[in-house]
Write a protein that binds this ligand. Structure first.
Ligand code: FAD
Ligand code: SIN
Length: 528
């Protein structure tokens, strides 16, 4: 099946690119599972942009660089932040019903921001954005939306009928999740917009499909991957026996919420962040997540408390209607009592290395959004800069493809998927066990606080699993679970290798064997 451009992913990055490209080209958007299954639909807090007269681009740039511990690429930071107001305006035009304060957009605040600059739709911004993008894409005859297709591998030179040696990417092989057949999709340009790799960890706020597929596919095809050790842990994921991955937005702290030791423990009912950082609960995420982790381990707690019950109850319900309803359903009234929270994996700062046009190392392959490493986030992403990156780089990749269309090469004859693997696996249970094992050792050995010994333990386990999973993949018919397991292991290996390479502690990467920042250490870049 041939299109001008293929986009792998139907979240903020993928649909932004599709809508811009469709002015000139036929575009296919693939999604694993439903079209709303990525992180975009789950985003709560909002989107950062300089929109207040008292704020400046320089302030936002400075906050982003400070949160990122200076590992950010400054030209990317400037590029994204200066394009933010225009990106928000495009969303307004598409019908995103951002909250307003009189005639202006209402701006909330989150950790690491020196000003109020987060536009939002209550506490469910992502759903509103996803809906507006999907409605716009659905109305465009140049866009084909194809859910339930799990991309397996990018089509490279080795899949050409006659090897050209061009090193070009020509599209993707994808599993039709409805009928189990593998389909061949070709295009002059392919954009990876497949999101992050949060599910490498046992506890994550990310959806089930965040298994690092795009990062693993790009690596296997020969692209460089950068800064994978920079895994972001959100300080406040709900602690609950029934609901494992529900985020309590940082905006709760932005609107006055305090972190406290639970009653019944030494210091019970008191705030601990004022002693940790002068920005208190609104310090950047790496600092607050480490502080929560420290208190939990120090006192042997199951959770810490996030308390906004001192604010007016109407104000709380009005600002956080979805979180309020969700918690009420679980028997917690956030207007009257504190919320039990724990840190959980939240965002993949590293990824496929791209330039300001979204180009990867490989001709014909672009990347945008959480799958990529653009240089925006450095060693720790500033809250609400992620959706922004999706809009700016989705647009940048689309613009570059349109401008370079004539010089992009035509697709040669491509071999279809090798259908010789026809045996169904008889040991599905092993896939599930391996999956759980990876997520558990990544959580225990490659989490918020690391040591070289623990990282090496994780590496040893990865080595043991590699052969087993490779045999499995070589011998059995592919399934979504197998595709994801293979990618989960590949991505975990990249995280551990990167963490072992970084001989310092900076931002999200904290190794007690190398506790200091070393100014000369820059990006961790892995070359296939
Ligand atoms: P996603 O939205 O994750 O979409 C990935 C797409 O790729 C999906 O369509 C998926 O089906 C598809 N895909 C994946 N693998 C395959 C495959 N093998 N084959 C085919 N398709 C595939 N950021 C902010 O800036 N502000 C916030 O308020 C905010 N809140 C958040 C709240 C939560 C709970 C979470 C988890 C994240 C939040 N983030 C927030 C981060 C932000 O939501 C994500 O970084 C962003 O939405 C990523 O968008 P994306 O387009 O890159 O990928
Ligand atoms: C949140 O609402 O706390 C998440 C914001 C983000 O991940 O940027």
């Amino acid at each position: 099946m041939k299109y001008d451009v293929i986009i792998i992913g139907s979240g903020a990055a993928g649909l932004t690119a599709a809508i811009s490209l469709a002015e000139k080209h036929s575009v296919l958007v693939l999604a694993k599972g439903s079209l709303t299954g990525g992180s975009t639909a789950w985003a709560q807090g909002g989107i950062a942009a300089v929109l207040d007269a008292g704020d400046t681009f320089d302030n936002h740039i400075e906050d982003t660089m400070v949160a990122g511990s200076g590992l950010n690429r400054r030209e990317t930071v400037e590029f994204v932040i200066e394009n933010a107001p225009e990106a928000i305006e495009r969303l307004v035009q598409m019908g995103v019903p951002f909250n307003k304060d009189a005639d202006a957009l209402h701006l909330t605040r989150e950790g690491g921001h020196s000003h109020r600059r987060i536009v939002h739709v209550d506490d469910a911004t992502g759903w509103a954005v996803q809906e507006a993008l999907l409605n716009t894409a659905r109305a465009n005859p140049n866009i084909t939306l194809q859910p339930h297709r799990a991309a397996i591998d990018l089509i490279t030179g080795k899949h050409e009928e006659k090897f050209s040696g061009a090193g070009h990417i020509w599209g993707v092989y994808a599993l039709n999740q409805k009928n189990g057949k593998v389909e061949t999709y070709t295009a002059k340009a392919t954009i990876l917009a497949s999101g992050g790799a949060g599910r490498c960890y046992l506890f994550s706020t990310a959806p089930r499909g965040a298994t690092g597929d795009g990062i693993a596919m790009a690596w296997r095809a020969g692209a460089r991957i950068a800064n994978m050790e920079m895994m972001q842990f959100h300080p406040t994921c709900l602690y609950n026996h029934e609901v494992k991955n529900f985020l309590i937005t940082e905006a709760v702290r932005g609107e006055g919420g305090h972190l406290k030791i639970p009653d019944g423990y030494p210091g019970g009912g008191t705030r601990y962040m004022p002693a940790v950082d002068k920005r208190k609960e609104l310090a950047p995420r790496d600092i607050v997540a480490r502080a929560n982790d420290h208190e939990i381990k120090r006192l042997g707690l199951d959770y810490v408390h996030l308390d906004i019950s001192h604010q007016n109850a109407d104000f709380v319900r009005r600002h956080f209607p979805n979180i309020y309803d969700k918690l009420i359903g679980l028997g917690i009234d956030m207007t009257k009592e504190p919320i039990p929270v724990v840190p959980a994996q939240h965002y993949t700062c590293g990824g496929v290395l791209i330039d300001l046009n979204g180009r990867t190392d490989l001709p014909g392959l672009y990347a945008a959004g959480e799958v990529s490493e653009s240089g925006l986030h450095g060693a720790n992403r500033l809250a609400s800069n992620s959706l922004l990156e999706c809009f700016v780089f989705g647009e940048a990749a689309a613009r570059d493809i349109i401008e370079r269309w004539e010089i992009l090469e035509d697709v040669p004859a491509i071999r279809p998927w090798d259908e010789s693997r026809v045996t169904d696996s008889d040991e599905e249970v092993i896939i599930k066990q391996n999956w759980t094992e990876i997520r558990r050792f990544m959580w225990n050995y490659v989490g918020i606080v690391r040591t070289t010994k623990r990282l090496e333990r994780a590496q040893n386990r990865i080595e043991l699993l590699k052969q087993e999973i490779a045999d499995y993949y070589a011998n059995f018919r592919v399934t979504t679970d197998l595709i994801e397991l293979r990618n989960l292991l590949q991505t975990s290996e990249l995280i551990v290798r990167s963490a072992l390479e970084r001989k310092e502690s900076r931002g999200l990467h904290f190794n007690t064997d190398y506790p200091n920042v070393i100014a000369q250490v820059r990006d961790t870049i892995l070359v296939p």
